[in-house]
Design a protein around this ligand. Sequence first.
Ligand code: GLY
Length: 393
Amino acid sequence: MKIKSLYIISMVIMATVSGRAQAPLDIDREFAFAAQQYEGMLRAHPDTTKFPQSTNPDGSPRDMKSDWWCSGFFGGSLWYLFERTGDPKWKEAAHRWTMAVAKEQTNTTTHDLGFMLYCPFGNGYRLTKNPAYPPILLTGAQSLATRFNPNVGLIKSWEKFQTYTYPVIIDNMMNLEFLFWAAKTSGDKRLRDICLTHADNTLKNHYRPDGSSFHVICYNPDGTVAAKKTAQGAADGSAWARGQAWGLYGYTVMYRETKAKKYLEQARKIAGFYLNHPNLPADKIPYWDFNAPGIPNEERDASAGAIAASALLELSTYGGPEANTYRQAATQMLQSLSGPAYKAKPGGNNHFILAHSVGAKPMKSEVDVPLVYADYYYLEALLRYEALQKKKG
Ligand code: GLY
């Protein structure tokens, strides 16, 4: 109890010193708020072919179809609400929105099946052991594996980018958790090998010496690099914030699944780049690109903040001299996101929980809006934070 009080006092001092007084996290309060927002979201979305995504420029809700890369996040968040509350109403809604994505299991035109299928079905299976879910996941994993060309040694992200025909984006690291699960569940060792090869080649070609990552690496058919580019970042040589967060999360998962030190070292290197960057604001929620040209007059990306917080909380459990730094930084990120600067006003924000994310600024798409995946990783991070607090006693 005494240690807990000291911890809370030190968090408040730390937040004050870093420029902004922040209230300690109250997980009950945050989940109650999330539940209120998502009850409204469910009421506003009776049709499960229209997936909550964001807000349109005119302020209306932006919904997408099941083949959009974000279709699994709403179901995934509903599972997190069920996990925290145990309320069967969330289980029913989560199941409905999970099954709404099922038809994507045979979609071989996207590399995003990890997001689309594993976030809803993976969480649903973890929590309910519903036997209907694994066959859908396993079919989806095989669909995703069709995009791996052994001559290149990576899963292809898009069919084309500019003139290049084998682009791979850093975001793709997020699909490997799904393939690891499928390898363990089905015994198909090839799926695990794909993860290792993809992660090794990404480490070799996507990363710069300072621990930052390019967004898009375009490959030749023999696996050599044709070009290093960006699609969603400020410049080819910049550090697009969400890409840094995807990589941080992805290499943390690689370490979880393999216990290979090289992946832990990579995750720590990315964390070092992210947390020590001079352009990371005091509240630890990044601008949409660490090198955005107009900083400090650039939009923040709450989604990157939520993803990074969730990843850092896991990374903090793997020890090392920076473990406390990771945990404190993640806590501060969650405090920021839970404060008035990022959290929706009750009933507002088209029923999303968080405001102020950026989808793709160079395309002027989804700039300074709520995004369904910001909410998903925020809820995940809150659950991880709570689990760690309970472990500490
Ligand atoms: N995977 C696409 C994005 O992060 O915007």
